[in-house]
Design a protein around this ligand. Sequence first.
Ligand code: NAP
Length: 280
Amino acid sequence: MTSSTNEIPNVPLRGGTAIPQLGFGVFQVPPEDTADVVVRALRAGYRHIDTAAAYRNEAGVGQGVRAAGVQRDEVFITTKCPNDEHGYDRATRALKGSLARLEMEHVDLYLIHWPVPAHDRYVETWQAFIDLQQQGLAREIGVSNFQPAHLERLIRETGVTPAVNQVELHPYLQQAALRRVHDELGIVTEAYSPLAQGRALGEPAITAIAEAHRKTPAQVVIRWHLQLGNVVIPKSVTQARIEENRDVFDFALSDDEMAAIEALDAGDRIGGDPDTFIRP
Ligand SMILES: NC(=O)c1ccc[n+]([C@@H]2O[C@H](COP(=O)([O-])OP(=O)(O)OC[C@H]3O[C@@H](n4cnc5c(N)ncnc54)[C@H](OP(=O)(O)O)[C@@H]3O)[C@@H](O)[C@H]2O)c1
């Protein structure tokens, strides 16, 4: 494969930067292993790492970037404000704490991890995000696990639209209605748990497509995300899978294959319900 077919496309964001459409997630990567996993991901060609304060592995992400010898401006780093750090002052301190752990001057994208509607402080948190972006501490600001009503309220009350909404999205939870809302509002859809944490990979419709292309089920699912236009951030600590998940730019799914995966939608959530999830 030539390097040109292997290149990861960038998706423009409203703050003026661009996010690599394929990134690498580090949820559930143990803190002590994170630097090594990040080095291996960067060596495999990923240039976008998705972490969160709640994952307790931001320090390893920063160490991995430096150990890999990748320039700071060549890698896109996302982290997230935890649920127990909502509110203007707390969110401001939370980002500064993340930057200290990452040992970085800024993040490329800072997300409100969950809306936590029961605490009703996500609008105030967003006000802090707007100022943090103006101060240059976060190049782009966005949200995660926001429902349409939460997005609409943020925009109505602050006038500032999130660049990204990172949501659970995979063949069993395709989020078509939410994706339409994102398109209308100019918000980029970012898919988390994109492989349904591995559960989608034994699905007969997917294994059949994989066989037809001589690719793996994970590559087919990642390719499906890319063709939908999603930013996608699969996680793996396994060397062969890190490389496999990166190798998705030399084939394309047909309309029929896209439709066969679309037919798997069941509205099945693996993670928390955004309307009620509250854990830090
Ligand atoms: N915003 C949020 O609330 C939120 C919530 C969840 C996740 N996320 C983000 O999204 C990222 C990805 O989601 P996720 O970690 O939940 O799930 P995922 O990426 O859908 O799946 C990860 C699981 O699939 C396995 N896997 C990866 N590639 C594979 C392959 N090619 N073949 C077979 N198995 C494979 C991994 O195993 P091994 O690691 O053992 O190889 C791991 O068990 C996270 O790391 C995090 O950055 C965000």
